[in-house]
Design a protein around this ligand. Sequence first.
Ligand SMILES: [Zn+2]
Ligand SMILES: [Zn+2]
Length: 362
Amino acid sequence: MKAAVLYELNQPVVVEDIEMEGPKKGEVLVKVAATGVCHSCYHAVTGTIRFPLPAVLGDEGAGVVEEVGEGVTLVKPGDHVILSWVPSSGYCLYCTQGYSNLCLKARQSERGRLFDGTTRYKKNGEPIYHFAWVASFAEYSVIPQESAIPIDKDIPLDKAALIGCSVTTGVCAATNTAQVRPGSSVVVFGAGGIGLNAIQGAAIAGAEKVIAVDLLDTKLEMARQLGATHGINASNRDPIPEIQALTDGLGADFAIEAIGANVTFEQAIRAIRPRGKAVWIGVPAQEPLSLEPGILGGEKMVMTSTYGSARPRDDMPRLLALYRAGVLKLDELISRTYQLEEINEAFDDLLNGEVARGVIQF
Ligand SMILES: [Zn+2]
Ligand SMILES: [Zn+2]
């Protein structure tokens, strides 16, 4: 089976044949149809997200169930599925409270292994780990049945793949984490794969003003196509005065940070009004963040967002319904498709900001 494996930090990913075992109890073998090239994978390449190596990367995929292990009841062979990077148990403390994105069973498992503590991938007898449960940079992936989210068969799988990470993380950060209200103002820092989706999430939620902040005019242009009403290029200026001018001098109701840099974490707080809410989606860099005392004055709220506070089994089919209704844009997000062998080139394009989303098709 062909897969893209990361052996060492900051090295190119190796596309090669590896050994794969079939699904065990409670597991599902998926023939991957398409997988998005997501920044979270690149965070694994640089070590910003720590993960055991070697690992098959890929956290945003969709495909067709080929085979199921003993005791699998949630899907059957032939089902089309999105691969969720949180295999929500449905019964833990957080799942029962409605926060299945924070499933304890998933969080308390050892990274890179399936629930029984082993991997299904090997090379020369040595284990290869599963990145983020999904490991979709491979022709096949073995996942827990809880990670297989069944979808209707009329949805093209390359579009469905995007729901597996960036669309859900971005759109639901606006709708679920921030809980953007109709008529409100929203600033989104970063118009990359996640930020563009936070922008369309804010627009879908009925925000009156959706202000995109980025360093590239090309991305601000994409942001407008996805629902931004204003764009600010912050490459040579502080965006805060302009945000205030657009929001009656008060600041925005909501700010969403989709970069993962200390400067924008802080700007997100400065951009909101008293009682406003700043949502940090970006994966934080390693340096500590120091803030001026009083920056949160006026009951400002800051919240992080994991998987857009989404309940995958509920929100993912809902997002596809919005796509079918023409409300959620997915086709427009895919700027380039690649072969698995071109994965390192796809990462380069991601870093250069040349693509909204690159998708690998099998
Ligand atoms: Zn991702
Ligand atoms: Zn759970």
